[in-house]
Structure formats: structure tokens, C-alpha cells
Write a protein that binds this ligand. Sequence first.
Ligand code: SF4
Length: 209
Amino acid sequence: MALRAKRLFGNKTFEVLADKGYYQAKDLEKCTEKGITLYVTKQTHANTTKDQAFYSDQFKYNKTKNTYLCPAGKELHYHRIRKKDRKIIGYEYRNFDACQDCKFKARCTRAQKGRSIFRHVKQDLLDRIDTQTKENFKKYKLRQMIVEHPFGTIKRGWGAYYFLTRRKVSVSAEISLSFLAYNLKRVINILGTEEILKRLRQRGNVVPV
Ligand code: SF4
């Protein structure tokens, strides 16, 4: 969608705001390659114990040493490559010896041997996008005001929690009608019917009354 929108706007400088549901490394990379500036919040890195002090983002990466420093101050070393469908998806870091003597082990992991940290193969890019998003958080917040309002109104205000029709063509028509009604209501709220009619008359799009 971002690439299509960029084309429609004539390939100008383009910034995209998206929520964590769109945080897919493959898509983020594609957009970055096409020169799109992204502001996307990352997904929460929960661990099995649900203790936030030991979420994976609490483990600090040291690029020079290629190690992670855990919340207990222990270094986790590179252990192995992780693959999926024969493709490298990332790398695993661990230090089971340190975990065995660690007083925080029960808070950090439920794995008997100790904690492992996964580093995504595109982690450097993801980190850059995270920094970019944090530095422009005011812009990112605009997304909630602009995008959440229509969905909130249509779903919660008008009770359209589910579709009444089936099949893509019918569902597309149904949602288009909902958004048409939303847009009309919004423009009436902002401008008022008199002003809308005045502007339409100026454009010659409406028969004068
Ligand atoms: S269990 Fe291991 S990784 Fe977790 S805090 Fe202790 S030493 Fe660090």
C-alpha cells in the first residue's frame, strides 16, 4: 500500500506512519529501499515469564564484540544461525553457564538450561527504524488521530463491528458505503451543509436551488 501510495503521489519524498501490526522486516526493508521514511512502532518483546525487566529489548547489543549484555550484567555470546525454509532468519545468543548461577533465572526464562536471545538478520535496519520512530513520536501520534478516528466512529459509534455481506466484491462495496457516509458526516460537521453546497455550486457540480 505504501509503495502504491508513493507512486500515486508522484514518487515524491514520502513518509509512512504505521502501527505495530505492520512491523514486518520484509515489508519495512522493501519500503526503505524505495526511499520511504518509516515511523512504525515495534512489537513488544515479551518473554515466557512476562517479567518486563527481562523482555528481550532489555538486552543490549554490543556491535564491536557481537554480544548481548543481559539485565544481570552477563554477556551472551553468539551461538548459532537460525534458519527457516533454508533461509537465514537470524542469530542466537546465549550463555547457559551464567544462567545456571543467576539469581534472576526464574524471572528471565522458563527454559531449564537458560535464556537465548534471537537477533533478526535485519536487526540493524529495524533498530534504525525504531530510533527514527522514537525521534519523531509526535508525527507518529498523528496517525492515531487521523487513522483511528474513522474506524472508531464506524465500528463503535455506528455498531459496524462485522460485515453484513460476504465475498470480496460485496464486502468492498459495504465498507466503501460506510466510509462514504463517514466522509459526508465529517465534512458536514466541519463545514456545515450550507458551506458544502456553496462550494459545490462554485465548482458547478450542483444545480443551484
Ligand atoms: S538468566 Fe541468564 S540471561 Fe537471564 S538475567 Fe540471568 S544470566 Fe542473564
